[in-house]
Design a binder for this molecule. Structure first.
Ligand SMILES: Nc1ncnc2c1ncn2[C@@H]1O[C@H](COP(=O)(O)OP(=O)(O)OP(=O)(O)O)[C@@H](O)[C@H]1O
Length: 238
């Protein structure tokens, strides 16, 4: 199994100044596996993601990516290893056009391996973006920006896509479109780590899920098992 792991993070701690936020979290993601990361507000989900990506300087623990030690890696080194991050708040370039946003993210890399995510395939997957290729990132609606952010992530030909609150604040129709794209990414065999407030949708689209409470893993298991678990509602406060 070890060789099939994309991510193997063990005993992760993280701090903001004197505030100790993650208390020994372990998380494994296998090739092509979709993992949901659940927990109430402020429980450490974004911090865990940002720590894995190298954005939180005060950290401890072991992070292996494809078996390589990335415990002290910088964010650009993690990205180069095939981890694409779609942050809360999207992160598209407002002064570049839709096409420029996509093309500048593009990496040929191992595209041939799976057919890859070409500019054309992103356009087919997101018809709304195709209608707006010349618009600037900043002129797009929130939902379109989110699609552009996901499109950018896919153009890097990732092995693992991390989606932090990708549907936050979007209209129901757009949310439904984004879940459809998440299903496409999964069917493509790209591993995904998903954070979203809609825990039912997360479980429906994941192989496995992990629940954080106060910076610790309090529950984890196969998605169908968690769905049926009485403990889950308690941890999520629903
Ligand atoms: N930049 C920061 N500086 C100081 N404290 C922070 C910072 N970011 C987050 N925190 C604190 O760390 C804890 C975990 O926050 P985090 O954002 O990781 O939680 P979360 O589970 O992602 O919740 P949310 O859904 O609200 O984003 C919270 O107590 C939060 O206030």
């Amino acid at each position: 199994m070890a060789n099939d792991l994309i991510l193997d993070a063990r005993d992760i701690h993280a701090w903001y100044g004197s505030s100790h936020v993650l208390h020994g979290v372990s998380l494994q993601i296998g090739r092509g596996e979709t993992v949901g990361l659940l927990g109430r507000n402020g429980m450490g989900k974004s911090t865990l993601i940002r720590t894995l990506l190298g954005h939180v300087a005060q950290r401890d623990g072991h992070i292996l990516l494809f078996g390589r030690d990335m415990s002290r890696a910088q964010p650009h080194e993690v990205a180069r290893r095939g981890v694409a991050y779609v942050p809360e708040g999207r992160g598209v370039f407002p002064n570049l056009s839709v096409k420029e946003n996509l093309v500048m993210a593009s990496r040929p890399a191992a595209a041939a391996v799976r057919g890859g995510w070409s500019y054309e395939r992103v356009m087919e997957t997101f018809p709304r973006l195709a209608e707006r290729v010349r618009h600037l990132g900043g002129q797009l609606s929130g939902g379109e920006q989110q699609m552009l952010a996901i499109g950018r992530a896919l153009m890097t030909q990732p092995e693992l896509v991390i989606l932090d609150e990708a549907t936050e604040g979007l209209a129901p129709l757009v949310v439904a479109e984004i879940w459809k794209v998440i299903a496409t990414i999964r069917a493509d065999g790209i591993a995904t780590l998903i954070v979203d407030r809609d825990f039912r949708k997360v479980l429906a689209h994941s192989d496995r899920a992990v629940v954080l409470q106060k910076g610790q893993v309090v529950l984890s298991g196969a998605a169908p098992e968690l769905q049926a678990s009485d403990a889950l509602a308690g941890f999520l406060g629903v």
